[in-house]
Design a protein around this ligand. Structure first.
Ligand code: HEM
Length: 400
């Protein structure tokens, strides 16, 4: 599932950032310009079409044909000024720089504009639609289904569901994720939506604060992610009860409750989404936190190419020689896209853990749940707890 998700997300933004080029388009006649770009090239670019720019990319002069020093114009070397700028732009110039670091010799980064446009445009638009759409669906679900009530008579007795260390881990994860979500959205969307409302000065303060919080709170999220994984993974391994639970749709729209252990199949899906997507967000976040130190994409693209996945998806050969900035840009897009997906999932989780279901919040509030709630939603778990305590199960466990 993880690989399928990677492939899906990759194909979305790779297709959007137009890495793949249309190799079948016939090369235009550029004889009138001596091989330089034509008006048609410029117009095509302005229309946003992808053109094969190898005629420019490769036209960076020929040092071997430089006129000798003593000859007329000899000191100009074998490349004209435009050819030199082109070599800088396409990162093929032989540059020596006094500053050090992986990106020091990249003076012009050609792909940056495509990344910026994607980040300011489709990323904000579709990410925003995803979150607003999820909220609208949850509101609709609430209107149709209402709050999921405890069906049976309450017993007045409670069962311990989560120990304090588990609740601490959960709230550290939840608190940090919510802060990261808000500050991340401020960083991504603030320029567009907040500057017009608050003005540049106030937004500058908010953006600085958001960045600081985002960078530092990320550690709490990563620590909590590890805690939650260690404490709950055993209860989230798939088993046969999950198939039955899923087949009955969790009993959400039907009468009766399918039996479940400590976590039902729906919760297991939430758990694994949090672990897998949360880890992916953390790794890409670390790549952003330590610029140019962690390169994730050239290696991933090489794998996708060699496994034939990129070909099967019609993406052709994915580029494996990425400029350091390109690695960062891809990390940023990946970080944001996966975060949007996880935020949408978590909105649904927050709904069901609070207003959506009577008796659920107590599990993470006090750690104690009403026994009747536990019997309805986690009957097999109640049996286990009672068996451990040596108490015979009270009444029949809903077996349906
Ligand atoms: C205000 C926000 C939140 C509320 C009210 C809330 C509530 C709850 C509750 C009541 C449970 C226990 C369910 C049970 O007893 O079976 C739970 C479990 C869990 N929560 Fe949250 N939660 C919130 C935010 C988050 C966030 C932001 C994350 C992760 C980023 C998260 C991750 C989990 C996970 C992985 C579980 C275990 C699996 C599950 O029950 O779905 N929660 N939450």
């Amino acid at each position: 599932m993880f690989r399928a998700l990677i492939v899906l997300l990759l194909s979305v933004f790779i297709a959007s950032t137009s890495f793949a080029q249309d190799a079948t388009a016939p090369a235009p006649d550029r004889s009138a310009t001596g091989g330089a770009q034509t008006l048609e090239d410029i117009l095509a670019r302005q229309r946003g079409e992808e053109i094969d720019d190898s005629f420019r990319r490769d036209a960076t002069g020929d040092p071997d044909s430089a006129a000798g020093m003593a000859e007329q114009l000899g000191t100009l070397g074998g490349a004209s000024d435009p050819e030199l700028w082109r070599a800088l732009r396409y990162n093929s110039a032989d540059i020596t720089s006094s500053s050090r670091g992986p990106a020091a010799t990249v003076l012009v980064q050609d792909g940056g504009m495509r990344w910026l446009e994607f980040r300011q445009g489709p990323l904000i638009k579709y990410g925003g639609y995803l979150l607003l759409g999820t909220i609208a669906l949850l509101a609709l679900f609430f209107l149709i289904r209402g709050r999921i009530r405890i069906d049976g008579e309450k017993t007045g007795r409670t069962i311990e569901r989560f120990k304090s260390v588990e609740r601490f881990g959960h709230w550290m994860l939840a608190g940090s994720f919510i802060l990261l979500g808000i500050t991340g959205l401020v960083s991504l969307m603030g320029r567009k939506f907040l500057i017009p409302v608050f003005g540049h000065d106030s937004f500058a303060l908010l953006a600085t604060w958001s960045k600081w919080v985002h960078n530092n709170v990320s550690w709490a999220f990563m620590i909590a992610l590890v805690m939650i994984f260690v404490m709950w993974v055993v209860h989230n391994l798939p088993d046969r009860t999950d198939l039955n639970w899923l087949a009955k749709g969790g009993g959400i729209f039907t009468k009766g409750h399918p039996p479940a252990k400590k976590f039902n199949a729906g919760q297991k899906l939430i758990f694994w989404s949090v672990i897998v997507l949360g880890t992916s967000i953390s790794v890409s976040g670390l790549a952003l936190l330590f610029p140019f130190e962690i390169n994730l994409f050239s290696a991933t693209f090489a794998k996708l190419n060699s496994l034939g996945i990129s070909g099967a998806l019609g993406l052709g050969e994915l580029p494996t020689a990425l400029a350091p900035h390109e690695e960062m840009q891809l990390s940023q897009l990946w970080h944001a896209i996966v975060s949007f997906v996880l935020m949408a999932i978590i909105l649904a989780h927050i709904y069901i853990g609070s207003v959506g279901m009577e008796g659920a919040y107590a599990a993470m509030g006090s750690g104690e749940v009403e026994e009747q709630w536990a019997r309805e939603h986690h009957s097999l778990w109640v049996d286990e707890v009672k068996a451990k305590e040596g108490t015979a199960p009270e009444g029949a466990t809903p077996a349906e």
